[in-house]
Ligand binder design. Structure first.
Ligand code: PLP
Length: 477
C-alpha cells in the first residue's frame, strides 16, 4: 500500500540557513483570563483542567472531554490510577529525595530492573532524567564519550533527519528539524549536526519507486552524508523509529532501519534511537525498534515511562557503550539534581508494573487495529484525507489540499488546527501537528489514547474526528 509522490523532491540535507514562514494565530480579543504563567502562546492562554480521571479531562467550569491523545502520547494507563497514586505517596513517606551522586533508592533500582532485566537486546544500564529533551542530551554526551574514552576526539558530528523532533534543549533541538521551534534560536544551536531526508513514504517516495528502491535511495543518501563528513568524524546517527510530533506517526518503510544499522556498523558510527514518544508499548511492542529488526546502541525513552504521573524520561545504554566507559574513565560525569528522582521512579515503576501485569502492550496492539479500522472506514474516502498511518495506539491523519499532488493546505488556513479545535468543542482532545513538506507547513492530527481505552471510547473518538473534519472541510473552499 505504498503511496507515491513525484511532487516533493528529496530535501537538501546540507542547507544551513533555516527559514520558515511563521503564521502566528490572530489574537483572541475576548481572551478569557489573565495568566502569570509564560504559556507557549502569549495571546491564547490554554484551558484549565480541574480534574483528570481514566480517559477523561474535566475543564473548568464543568465540561468533561475524552483525552484521546494523552497530552502528546504521554498518558498510557489513563489518569488518576489508584495504584500509581499509592506507590507515589508511599515513596514520598519513605524517601522523597536523595542526590544520585551519593545515593541510590530501591525505586530507581527497581525501575531500571523492570525495564532491563533479562532484556535480549544487550541494553545494560538506565539513566533517569526529568524530560525527553534531557534524555536526548544525555544520549548525545554518552555517544560522544564512547569515542572520547578511546582517544578518538575527531568524532564530533551527529547526523539526524529532517522532519524529526528530539526536544527543546540546545542539544536536542540541534538534532531536531522542527523549524518553527528552531529558526529563532539558530545561532545558539550546534553546528556539528547535519540532517538527511526523512523516511516518509507518503510524501517522498517517488511514483516510479518500489519501497525497496526508496529504502535504497535513503540508505545511499545516509552513506553519502557520512562520507561527505568523513565517517571517522561521525559520532552517531539519531532517529525516531516512528516520527511523532513533527510529521505525525510516520513509521519507516520496511528494511529502512536494517539498512541504517548496516551503514552505521560499516563506519563504527553509533545508532541512537529516540523512543521518547513511540516507546514503552505505544507502538504495539514494548520498544518500537523491536519491529524494525535492529537494536540501538543508545535508546531514549520518555512519555510512556511515567505515563504523565511524574516528570521522568530515560536513556538505556547498551553493553557496548557501557563497557567502553567502564574500561575507560569509569565515569559518566552527568549528575543532575533531580536525576532518578525517587518520586518519579516510584510512579514510573508502578506504571510499568501495570503495563506488564495487565498485558497492556498486547492490548495496545489489538486496540490499535480496531482504531485503524475505524479511522479508515470513517475517513479514508474523504476529500482532504491524504494519509492515515501509525502503529499500536499511535495514529495520525494527514490532511492535504489535493490528494493527487499531496500538496499541503496554505498554512494560514490552519486546517489541522481547525479539525483539532472542532473535535475539542465536540468533546474529544486530539493533538494537532504540522510537519513541513518542502518548507510548507503540513497538517495532521494525532490520536494516541491510553492503552486502557475501550472500543466504545474509540468509536466515539473517531465519530467526533470525522464530524470535526466534515465541518472543517465544508468551511474550506
Ligand atoms: N524526543 C521525542 C521523539 C519527542 O517526541 C519529544 C517530545 O515530544 C522529546 C524527545 C522531548 O521530550 P520532552 O518534551 O519531555 O523534553
Amino acid at each position: 500500500m505504498a503511496p507515491h509522490s513525484t511532487s516533493n523532491p528529496t530535501p537538501d540535507p546540507h542547507a544551513t540557513t533555516l527559514s520558515y514562514d511563521f503564521h502566528p494565530p490572530a489574537p483572541k480579543p475576548e481572551s478569557p483570563h489573565h495568566s502569570f504563567l509564560l504559556h507557549r502562546s502569549l495571546l491564547l492562554p490554554p484551558d484549565t483542567v480541574t480534574h483528570a480521571s481514566g480517559t477523561t479531562l474535566t475543564l473548568s467550569p464543568t465540561r468533561t472531554i475524552i483525552d484521546a491523545c494523552g497530552g502528546a502520547a504521554v498518558s498510557c494507563i489513563g489518569h488518576a490510577n489508584d495504584e500509581v497514586l499509592a506507590a507515589t505517596i508511599a515513596q514520598m513517606r519513605s524517601v522523597s529525595y536523595v542526590h544520585t551522586g551519593a545515593y541510590t533508592t530501591a525505586a530507581a533500582e527497581s525501575l531500571a530492573s523492570i525495564i532491563l532485566n533479562k532484556n535480549p537486546y544487550d541494553l545494560e544500564k538506565a539513566l533517569f532524567v526529568s524530560s525527553g529533551s534531557e534524555a536526548v542530551d544525555a544520549a548525545m554526551k554518552l555517544a560522544r564519550q564512547y569515542f572520547f574514552e578511546t582517544g578518538r576526539p575527531e568524532r564530533r558530528n551527529f547526523v539526524a533527519r529532517k522532519q524529526s523532533y528530539h526536544g527543546n534543549t540546545i542539544g536536542a533541538m540541534s538534532l531536531s528539524s522542527n523549524l518553527p521551534r528552531k529558526v529563532p534560536y539558530e545561532p545558539l544551536l550546534l553546528t556539528n549536526v547535519s540532517h538527511v531526508s526523512p523516511a516518509y513514504a507518503y510524501q517522498y517516495q517517488l511514483a516510479e519507486e518500489s519501497e525497496e528502491q526508496y529504502v535504497a535511495r535513503l540508505a545511499e543518501e545516509l552513506d553519502g552524508e557520512f562520507r561527505r563528513l568523513g565517517p571517522e568524524s561521525v559520532i552517531a546517527f539519531v532517529a525516531e523509529p516512528i516520527v511523532g510530533a513533527t510529521s505525525g506517526c510516520v513509521p519507516a518503510p520496511a528494511g529502512y532501519f536494517r539498512a541504517v544499522r548496516e551503514i552505521c556498523d560499516r563506519y563504527g558510527i553509533l545508532l541512537v534511537l529516540d523512543e521518547v514518544m513511540c516507546g514503552m508499548g505505544r507502538s504495539g511492542s514494548y520498544f518500537a525498534f523491536e519491529q524494525e529488526g535492529v537494536v540501538p546502541d543508545i535508546l531514549t525513552i520518555g512519555k510512556g515511562l511515567g505515563g504523565g504521573y511524574a516528570p521522568i524520561a530515560g536513556v538505556l545504554v547498551s553493553r557496548k557503550v557501557v563497557d567502553r566507559l567502564r574500561d575507560g574513565t569509569g565515569m559518566f560525569n552527568h549528575g543532575q539534581t533531580y536525576q532518578a528522582h525517587p518520586l518519579s521512579c516510584a510512579s514510573a515503576l508502578a506504571v510499568q508494573k501495570i503495563i506488564k501485569r495487565d498485558g497492556l502492550v498486547a492490548r495496545c496492539r489489538s486496540m490499535g487495529q480496531f482504531l485503524e479500522g475505524e479511522l479508515r472506514e470513517a475517513l479514508e474516502g474523504r476529500k482532504h484525507v491524504g494519509n492515515i498511518r501509525g502503529r499500536g495506539l499511535f495514529w495520525a491523519v494527514e490532511f492535504v489540499q489535493n490528494k493527487e499532488t499531496k500538496r499541503s493546505f496554505e498554512p494560514r488556513l490552519e486546517f489541522g488546527h481547525r479539525v483539532q479545535k472542532k473535535a475539542f468543542d465536540l468533546g474529544v482532545a486530539i493533538y494537532p501537528g504540522a510537519g513541513t513538506v518542502d518548507g510548507v507547513r503540513g497538517d495532521h492530527v494525532l490520536i494516541a489514547p491510553p492503552y486502557t481505552i475501550t472500543e466504545t471510547e474509540l468509536r466515539k473518538i473517531v465519530e467526533v474526528v470525522r464530524e470535526a473534519y466534515d465541518v472543517v472541510e465544508r468551511s474550506t473552499m
